[in-house]
Design a protein around this ligand. Structure first.
Ligand code: BGC
Length: 266
């Protein structure tokens, strides 16, 4: 007769034997999927609410506060207004462990960095390319405007004038209605194609947001995040943004959108 405790123990062992590889697999999977996910923030103290993001940026050259230890800070050279402070800030971020440097913010938009492709290429060579042996360099981030001279059209001109700039990641932004998931995928795929044509191994979506009520944004993220995680050409992404009323509530806890952003969806 087999005792109850022997059955219980062997049952436990069988469960453990089954569970262990499964858990290990889940863990690896979760790690890979969440590694791309970042926080776009203005207030460093809010980033800890997005448990599980691996990186963060604030459109600035310094973190403006302390980020959680597990979160890698990525400095950005936003545009001409920051050129004078850049070398000190970049060197200090690199000595604190920064691994990437991001280029200009929406140079294709007049209210943002507002630079022509040729001006941006010349400024990039002056301020960014010298760091290529110390960091991975991210391109300027363009909008998803389809107008000539903006969006990926701007990027194409920039890359043709910046083929010796040592850009290793191509950055884009995307804003549109939450129902337009096909458009999102098409836009990111076009960015990946453009990156490939220029020997740039990855695309970062450093701002994206679906327009619509909370429920439609949640639905958008439910479809888009597994897709982003599955795309080899996508290196990193960050939903706009880590602030109250979007990913957080006024009490600085995850909103419904924030929960959708942080949940493991793939
Ligand atoms: C601006 C940044 C700002 C961010 C969040 C961006 O469009 O360029 O300067 O920090 O929005 O408000």
């Amino acid at each position: 007769m087999v005792s109850f405790s022997a059955l219980f123990v062997s049952g436990l062992m069988a469960t453990a034997a089954l569970a262990a590889p499964h858990q290990a697999h889940q863990h690896l999977h979760a790690k890979r999927a969440s590694n791309k996910k970042g926080a776009a923030y203005n207030q460093a103290s809010l980033v800890s609410a997005l448990t599980g993001v691996s990186w963060a940026y604030n459109w600035n050259m310094e973190s403006d506060g302390t980020l959680p230890d597990s979160v890698e800070y990525v400095p950005m050279l936003w545009g001409p207004k920051m050129y004078s402070g850049w070398s000190d800030a970049a060197n200090s971020a690199l000595s604190s462990g920064a691994k990437y440097l991001m280029g200009f913010n929406e140079p294709d938009v007049s209210s943002q960095a507002n630079l022509s492709p040729s001006q941006a290429a010349s400024d990039y060579k002056q301020y960014m390319t010298p760091y290529a042996d110390k960091a991975t360099l991210v391109s300027p981030a363009v909008s998803n405007s389809g107008s000539s001279g903006q969006g990926l059209d701007w990027m194409k001109s920039f890359l043709s004038e910046c083929s010796d700039c040592k850009v290793s990641a191509l950055a884009v932004h995307w804003y549109a209605d939450a129902s337009l998931t096909d458009y999102f995928k098409q836009f990111v795929t076009q960015a990946i194609d453009l990156a490939n044509q220029n020997n740039i191994p990855e695309v970062w979506i450093t701002e994206f947001q679906a327009t619509g009520d909370d429920a439609s944004q949640v639905q958008f993220l439910g479809e888009i995040l597994p897709w982003l995680d599955s795309q080899q050409g996508v290196g990193r992404y960050s939903y706009f943004m880590c602030s109250d009323s979007v990913l957080l509530t006024a009490a600085n806890v995850l909103s419904d959108i924030g929960q959708a952003y942080m949940s493991l969806t793939s």
